[in-house]
Structures are given as structure tokens and as C-alpha cells.
Design a protein around this ligand. Structure first.
Ligand code: CTP
Length: 474
């Protein structure tokens, strides 16, 4: 590995000039350096550390680029940032930190570059590159971070127990980096996560969830979840998911371990989609299996109703995890609720009515639901897998055929409530809902087509049978 790096971004020359004018040393640190060395995509944020005032360096640099740039100053933290060249540029003065046991707020003192590298989370994040005129581009790697990058290892620069106890979010970050970069966590670093797991409780849920979502968005989130499980963190931050683990056996009959099954399903959907919410649906699809588990003398292990209970749990889990409670939550609830429907369709003779009902309930999320269902097939029995997948092909073909014919996916009732009120000269009342439902059911069952005229005739007939009198005939 060379220890002279080529820095392309236009900000570096400005920082170099500003540092010279202020007479201080500056370095680029953290994720930018790590990603540059690993040739990973640039994430449009760069962190600088200087031996002196980070705020002064930010102000000086901004004034050299464009005096109108707004510099955001966080006096309490001694940090500053501004946006330029489509990049967030962040500044901090080199510091030495010491922490109290019951607080995340460190006591901060000015320090050297080395002090600053010492206080960082991992060796791969503690690399610095000089932007000073005399040694511009020189790499400073006191903890062999380059070596760890090459070997694929997450390790703390100092005693891991201190690093994690100081800032317990770093336990989540360690696992996130392991999952995203497909690195392994060095033994004593991982042991320290186990020792300090309880300290995760002082971290805000928002920050925990941010890391969790980054794990979920990695290529193989099973790596991250496996580490969360093995470290003991999962039991604390996500007890419902932890409870999926384990296998019971009665009369030689065992069910599968639902934790590892869920991880397989999650990795499977990741091969098909980058959607965070589809991935969350995979995580939660079997979440209510533990409380619905029963041993039935005739059928072995059953989990009846786990899809209903699971979808009922989604709002509480989302609320606790501080995940969005609007469209994403409704989407995940829907997919958890419906995840067994396509497979049950393949067991019976697939009727058009059953497909129409599924299309009606899944709406535009039908394709995602089918992805989840395909991902859910984790059997080791190749014949069984082939049979299920072939059946899904049939279901999908039928879905396309029926959607072309009946347009159920974005079902809009052909007869509105207003028209029912006008026709029978009535005010809002429960009969309107009854008629609308009967028309919808008739369309889904295939008794009438999804068509205004047929639905209108049905409305007249159903209204009259409810004792309503036609006031206006359209
Ligand atoms: N850092 C740390 N402890 C934390 C958070 C950050 O030591 N809890 C340090 C690390 O040196 C990190 C740098 O601050 O590299 C910048 O942090 P951040 O921007 O949050 O993360 P990156 O490492 O840049 O990575 P990413 O952008 O992928 O989150």
C-alpha cells in the first residue's frame, strides 16, 4: 500500500491554503479515507480534523471558496460544517476525550492528531491523510488500519472495552461495518461487545435504528443479524426477533429454527430488491411464530394465525423502533398479513376469484408480495422447492391474465357512494356501505364484470332488496 494518496476533490486545496494562512495542521479523516482506500463510492461527506480550532478552519475555508457560504457552527461540540461542491464538509479540532460511565457526553480537551486518532472507533476509521503543504497526501496510519482493511478486520484502536463503554453506539457500528464491508470483528473487540451490550440502553432508539437500517440495507444482512444475535445485542434491541431462535422437538418431529429461516428469507429478498421496506417485511413475516406455535398430534408443529398476529404487532414494533408510521408501516403490515396467501393458492385449484381477491388486497404491492413469497421458500428439499416455484409461476401468469381482463390491482369502485345516495334519494347511512361491498364482492367473485353498467344494475337490485326506492334512474 502506498502512503501517498491522490486527493481529487476540489476542497482539499482550499483547506490546504486556509490551514497555511491560519498556521495550523489539517487532515482528512474517517469514512472518506476508508472508502478512498477501499475504492468504495464517495458518499459526499468529508471530515477534517485540525490541530487547533475546527470552527476557525471552517470559516477561513468557506471564505476562500465563496464568502456567501453559510457555515453552521456547533460551539458546544467545537465543530462546524458547510456545504460546497455538492459535499458536506465537516470540521473538528483535534481532541482528547474522556467519558463518565453514565453519560454519552465526554469531557473534551484540545489534543494532538494522535489523541484524535486514539478516540476514534475503529482502526479502519482512524486513518488520516495530510492536506498540509509540506506533506500533502501523506497517509498517517498509527494503528495499522491499512492492514486491517486488507485483512477485512474491524478492530478498535485502543482497549475495546473502553471504546465501547465510552460510546456504546460503536457496538452497533462495528456490526454494521462488518455487515456492509463483509469484514469480521476481531476476537477481543467482539468479546468487548458482549461485555458491554447492556450499555446500548443509553443510546437513543433513533441512532440504534439508523445503524440497524444500514445493516438491513447491506448485501447480506444475515451477517449483521448473526453478529447481533451472537453478541447478545439482538435480545436487547429486538426481543421479538431474538425469540424466533431455537428448535423444539416432540416425537422426533422438529420445526425449523425460525431465526435462521428469517435470515435466509431476508438474504433472499436482498438478491431481488434494494427496498428497505420489503427487507423489513422479510424480517417480520414470521415474527409471531413463537406465540402461535403448537404441537398437533396429527399435523406436527403448527403456527396457525401467525400472519394475523404478526401484522398486528407491526405498529408497535415500528413505534418502538421509531420507524415511519405512515405508508411504509402499512406496506409492511400488508405483506406480513398476506405472505401465506400465494402459497395457499398453489395448494388448491387456483380459481380466478381467489386471484382477484389477492390482487384486490395486495394492490400495487402484489409484485413485492410475490418476491417475499419466493424468498420464503428455504426448504433443502430441491423437489419441493421446484414444485413451489413452478406453482408460483402459474399464480403469476394468472395474476397477469386476470389483471389485464379485470383491472383489480388499483380497484376503484365502479359505483360511488354519492351515486347511490342520489339514485335512492338517501343521506349517508349503512346501506350505502352494504351495497358497495356487495358490488365489490360480486366483481371479485366474478358474478359481474368490473364495469359501470353491470355494477349499476346490481346497485338497483341490491338497493331495492334493502327496501330503498329509486328516485332517479340514470
Ligand atoms: N466516529 C467515531 N465514533 C462514532 C461515530 C464516528 O469514532 N460513534 C468517527 C470515526 O472515525 C468515523 C468518523 O467519526 O469514521 C466519521 O463518522 P461518520 O460520518 O458517522 O461515519 P463514517 O465512518 O464516515 O461512515 P459512514 O458515513 O458510512 O457512516
Amino acid at each position: 500500500m502506498q502512503n501517498q494518496l491522490v486527493l481529487h476533490h476540489p476542497i482539499f486545496n482550499y483547506i490546504s491554503k486556509a490551514s497555511e494562512e491560519l498556521g495550523l495542521e489539517s487532515y482528512v479523516v474517517g469514512g472518506y479515507v476508508r472508502d478512498l482506500i477501499m475504492q468504495r463510492p464517495f458518499k459526499k461527506d468529508i471530515d477534517f480534523v485540525c490541530v487547533g480550532s475546527g470552527i476557525s478552519l471552517a470559516e477561513k475555508t468557506a471564505s476562500l471558496i465563496d464568502p456567501n457560504i453559510q457555515v453552521h457552527i456547533f460551539k458546544n461540540y467545537g465543530t462546524a460544517m458547510f456545504h460546497a461542491f455538492d459535499t458536506d464538509i465537516e470540521f473538528v479540532g483535534a481532541r482528547r476525550e474522556s467519558y463518565q460511565r453514565d453519560s454519552r457526553n465526554p469531557i473534551v480537551e484540545d489534543g494532538t492528531l494522535e489523541d484524535d486518532q486514539n478516540r476514534r472507533d475503529f482502526t479502519i476509521n482512524a486513518l488520516a491523510i495530510s492536506v498540509n503543504k509540506n506533506n500533502f497526501g501523506e497517509l498517517l496510519d498509527p494503528f495499522n488500519g491499512i492492514d486491517d482493511i486488507e485483512k477485512g478486520i474491524i478492530r478498535t484502536p485502543l482497549d475495546a472495552n473502553i471504546t465501547f463503554s465510552d460510546d456504546p453506539l460503536r457496538m452497533m457500528r462495528a456490526i454494521r461495518f462488518a455487515s456492509v464491508l463483509q469484514f469480521s470483528i476481531e476476537h477481543s473487540t467482539f468479546e468487548a461487545i458482549k461485555n458491554n451490550k447492556e450499555r446500548i440502553k443509553i443510546i437513543s432508539q433513533e441512532r440504534i435504528t439508523e445503524e440497524l437500517n444500514k445493516i438491513i440495507l447491506s448485501k447480506n444482512p444475515s451477517i449483521g443479524f448473526g453478529l447481533l444475535f451472537d453478541s447478545g445485542l439482538l435480545e436487547i434491541i429486538f426481543p421479538e426477533m431474538y425469540a424466533l431462535h431455537g428448535v423444539d422437538t416432540i416425537r422426533n418431529l422438529s420445526h425449523k429454527d425460525n431465526f435462521y429461516h428469517t435470515l435466509k428469507v431476508l438474504d433472499n429478498v436482498c438478491e431481488m430488491s434494494d427496498s428497505l421496506w420489503l427487507r423489513w417485511s422479510a424480517i417480520l413475516h414470521d415474527i409471531a411464530k413463537p406465540p402461535t406455535k403448537k404441537f398437533d398430534e396429527n399435523h406436527g408443529w403448527t403456527f396457525h394465525g401467525h400472519e394475523f398476529l404478526g401484522s398486528k404487532w407491526v405498529p408497535n414494533i415500528f413505534k418502538r423502533m421509531k420507524l415511519p408510521l405512515d405508508a411504509p408501516m402499512r406496506y409492511v403490515q400488508k405483506l406480513v398479513l398476506l405472505h401465506l396467501r400465494p402459497i395457499s393458492l398453489t395448494k388448491e385449484n387456483i380459481t380466478d376469484a381467489a386471484i382477484r381477491r389477492l390482487l384486490f388486497e395486495a394492490g400495487d404491492d402484489i409484485d413485492d408480495l410475490m418476491m417475499l413469497c419466493r424468498a420464503d421458500i428455504t426448504s433443502k428439499n430441491k423437489l419441493k422447492v421446484k414444485r413451489y416455484l413452478d406453482n408460483f409461476d402459474i399464480v403469476e401468469k394468472k395474476i397477469i391474465e386476470i389483471e389485464e381482463k379485470d383491472h383489480i390491482r388499483n380497484f376503484q369502485p365502479p359505483i360511488s357512494g354519492e351515486l347511490i345516495m342520489e339514485t335512492f334519494g338517501i343521506q349517508p347511512c349503512k346501506e350505502i356501505g352494504i351495497i358497495k361491498n356487495q358490488i365489490k364482492d360480486a366483481i371479485l367473485d366474478g358474478d359481474i364484470r368490473n364495469d359501470y353498467d353491470e355494477a349499476y344494475q346490481m346497485m338497483l337490485q341490491k338497493g331495492q332488496s334493502l327496501g330503498l326506492i329509486v328516485k332517479k334512474n340514470g
